[in-house]
Design a binder for this molecule. Structure first.
Ligand code: HGY
Ligand code: MN
Ligand code: MN
Length: 422
């Protein structure tokens, strides 16, 4: 029986989105700088906590700073849905927040439908999914999954040299508590993440909502080119050890290799030391973001870049160290769950053939997929643009995402949990 006093999912979505959207937005670019434990992050965490509590959800931060808002006492058989609120530097409004706002709105939609979960339902916010401040993506979910050591996480530093431990402590969390949380994962029967599509595949279809099939293998590699500081105007070319030159070779090699292997390779972040116009640098640190549809293609790109960078470094008398900072294997979402979501989404879809799509974008769902049955829903992105202030999704498509997520959660909650299914 519908509850007329609880807003529908779409109504709740619009209200929640209007509250969240201004928080941490750069008035100049319109982008966001929401990074783990910074001021904007504190704002959006406070917003989430209030929005969840006002729905009667019990909000808890786990030992890694991830937020879990519970409808029902935490325990075995739990269904969880959520995403992240942090952004890339000057990122868009939808990547992450769309999944969190849709999850809260789906709770309202379920309540309005009179659904009373027979098992715990959690809305989650994972911390530092983008790695925008401390460099390792999905840091909160990797810690909970035991896929990064607490020691390494505590020592990660931001551009100013602040460690994760200090930043976490300043935000009121205990860095000594960091670590895997096998109990929390064991309680999870299923995790579903709704996310804005970071591509245009859905835009080519009549479907506002699609389902994820896989996440490409991908990773981040740090390259340190060590040269010799010297005068830009008086040092003869033959006497230079200029680290910028092998760096430039690496960047161009990444592009050529990505074309050859139909992969994606990007060097979007670099640090030149001392970064003076008239001083040959002593050091260039640069980060390669590489992704491909399969492990062989990814390996071909990364080893090719490493080889080109090494050759050029030797030619210019420059040292080179390359280190993998994060590495995510191919994720293939559980087929039964994937197909079940596609069937549920189809019940409200504008036509047959709900798209089931792979993506080159990493997600917390990709980390959890190795530990918990996991699935993802995508909401149509008309331009495909993401990691940019221009990222946008139509309100009507966002509403379709909320209703689809509510349908999926209602379907999952109505089924026996894994252990009950045997
Ligand atoms: O970079 C990614 O794939 C994601 O946005 N963290
Ligand atoms: Mn992202
Ligand atoms: Mn994301």
């Amino acid at each position: 029986m519908n509850d007329p006093y609880t807003p529908s999912g779409p109504e709740a979505f619009d209200r929640l989105w209007a509250e969240l959207e201004p928080l941490g937005r750069d008035p100049g670019s319109g982008g966001y700088h929401r990074h783990a434990w910074n001021g904007s992050d504190a704002e959006v965490r406070a917003w989430f906590t209030e929005a969840a509590r006002s729905r009667g959800l019990d909000v808890r931060a786990d030992r890694n700073g991830n937020l879990w808002a519970w409808w029902g006492d935490p325990g075995p058989g739990a269904v969880a849905t959520g995403s992240h609120l942090d952004s890339v530097p000057d990122g868009g409004a939808f990547d992450g927040p769309l999944g969190v706002v849709s999850a809260l709105a789906a709770v309202d939609e379920l309540r309005r439908r009179g659904v009373r979960p027979g098992r715990p339902l959690a809305v989650t916010v994972f911390t530092e999914e983008e790695g925008g401040r401390f460099g390792v993506p999905c840091l909160g979910s990797r810690l909970t999954a035991g896929e990064i050591s607490p020691e390494r996480a505590r020592g990660l530093t931001d551009a100013g040299g602040t460690t994760w431990a200090r930043a976490m402590e300043a935000a009121g969390h205990d860095p000594d508590a960091l670590g895997a949380d096998p109990g929390a994962l064991a309680d999870l029967d299923v995790f579903v993440e709704l996310h804005v599509e970071q591509g245009r595949a859905l835009e080519e279809t009549p479907h506002p909502v699609g389902v994820a099939s896989a996440i490409w293998p991908h990773g981040r590699w740090r390259m340190d080119f060590t040269g010799r500081a010297d005068h830009a105007g008086t040092t003869r070319l033959a006497d230079r050890a200029d680290p910028v030159l092998p760096f430039a070779h690496a960047v161009l090699a990444a592009r050529v290799l990505a074309e050859q292997h139909d992969a994606r390779a990007t060097v979007a972040r670099a640090r030149v030391v001392p970064n003076g116009t008239n001083a040959i640098p002593s050091l260039v640190s640069a980060w390669l973001d590489a992704r491909a549809a399969d492990e062989d293609a990814l390996e071909a790109v990364v080893s090719g870049v490493r080889e080109a960078a090494g050759l050029a470094a030797r030619e210019h008398g420059v040292g080179l160290e390359v280190a993998a900072e994060s590495r995510s294997p191919l994720v293939s979402f559980a087929h039964g769950l994937r197909d079940r979501l596609a069937a549920v989404v189809a019940s409200r879809a504008p036509g047959p053939g709900v798209p089931v799509l792979p993506t080159g974008a990493g997600h917390d769902a990709g980390v959890l997929a190795a530990h918990v049955p996991t699935a993802m829903l995508y909401v149509r992105n008309p331009t495909g643009v993401s990691h940019s202030p221009r990222e946008w999704a139509r309100p009507g498509d966002c509403h379709a995402g909320v209703l689809a997520l509510a349908d999926v959660l209602q379907d999952l909650l109505a089924r026996p949990a894994r252990e009950e299914r045997g």
